[in-house]
Write a protein that binds this ligand. Structure first.
Ligand code: ADP
Ligand code: MG
Length: 322
């Protein structure tokens, strides 16, 4: 039986390419890559936000417009691609002009920021579900993939992790309204597009963090056929998360909470300084959190190099069904 979204994709949707339609990268990375000419290739990605799954009913529609584009921009960032065109599929329970006005404002404000043109989509009635498909451009032969990590590479992450999950824990639990800095990270993620482009010739692999560092890094390890050691005390946490959520819960949120939309990438140890310079140039903090080895699996160690226990590695759709 297919147990998770990943089982479903593997069992039912990973199929051989049609004759003459072999993509440079197909199912299994943050974007598909398609070579259309000898000078450029296209990166394509689709993401859905479903009400009550990805956002609470009543979420600020302007922020939803921002987020539905931001999560796809984040996948383009993970490939190092330059955003170009989008399509937008909306399923809405009713016509609500205020909602539509605010949603489209949020969407187009972010689209303008990244030079994205909306070229089509679909509009239907039903439970609120928002889907954006994004196309971006890369130079021929280029593109960051999940499969390039090599033993000895260092592991880096951008920004801080666990903030969005901290906000969600409040909204879903007894915490009440989350502090603004955490809430903004949940509802208004900032895709790391400039950083992705900056590390294009530097990083050996990359993924964007949408389902939790531990789980998403495991995708990189699986695709690259390597293992990793991460020092959990080096995982960057925001001041807001540190003051709002006690240890070790904040660390668990940073390791297995979703919705970070930061980049996790690997680069050879001797390119470390260049990596930090890229972060500096893009105005995004970059932190080294561990290293790649040839011993399979992900090892999480605390500051005393003892194994750090983690009950859940990340978010998986369908994994909660019995
Ligand atoms: P991401 O979190 O980066 O958006 P996912 O973990 O959702 O990626 O998906 C993993 C891979 O499976 C991606 O390459 C995605 O394009 C692909 N994928 C997801 N659902 C389907 C589907 N129904 N059919 C084909 N490919 C899919
Ligand atoms: Mg992704």
């Amino acid at each position: 039986m297919a147990h998770t979204e990943f089982d479903i994709i593997e069992r039912y949707f990973r199929r051989p390419a049609a004759p003459g339609r072999m993509p440079a990268v197909g199912v299994g990375d943050d974007c598909a890559l398609i070579d259309l000419s000898s000078s450029s290739r296209w990166a394509v990605t689709t993401d859905t936000l479903a009400e009550a799954v990805h956002f609470h009913p009543g979420t600020d529609p302007e922020r939803l417009g921002h987020k539905v584009l931001a999560v796809s921009l984040s996948d383009l960032a993970a490939m190092g691609a330059t955003p170009a065109y989008a399509t937008l599929a909306l399923t809405l329970p009713r016509v609500d002009e205020r909602w539509l006005g605010a949603f489209s404002r949020g969407f187009f404000a972010l689209a303008a920021l990244f030079g994205v043109t909306l070229i089509g989509g679909d509009t239907t009635q039903g439970p609120r579900t928002l889907t954006a498909t994004l196309m971006g451009e890369l130079p021929a032969g280029k593109g960051l993939m999940r499969s390039g990590a090599r033993p000895g590479d260092r592991i880096f992450v951008s920004g801080t992790l666990g903030d969005a999950a901290g906000a969600l824990a409040d909204l879903e639990g007894a915490g009440g309204a989350p502090p603004w800095p955490l809430r903004l990270r949940l509802e208004r993620p900032e895709p790391r597009v400039a950083l992705g482009q900056a590390i294009l010739d530097l990083a050996t692999s990359a993924i964007d963090l949408s389902d939790g560092l531990a789980q998403d890094l495991e995708h990189v390890l699986g695709a690259s056929g390597v293992g990793a050691t991460v020092r959990v005390d080096r995982v960057p946490l925001s001041e807001a998360l540190r003051t709002h959520i006690p240890y070790p819960k904040r660390l668990a949120l940073a390791l297995s909470g979703g919705d970070d939309y930061e980049l996790c990438f690997t680069a050879p140890a001797d390119r470390r300084e260049q990596v930090f310079k890229c972060g500096h140039r893009c105005g995004v903090p970059v932190t080294e959190i561990g290293f790649i080895s040839d011993q399979a699996g992900l090892r999480l160690l605390d500051s005393a190099e003892r194994p750090f226990p983690l009950s859940r590695s990340g978010y998986e759709h369908f994994s909660h069904e019995t």
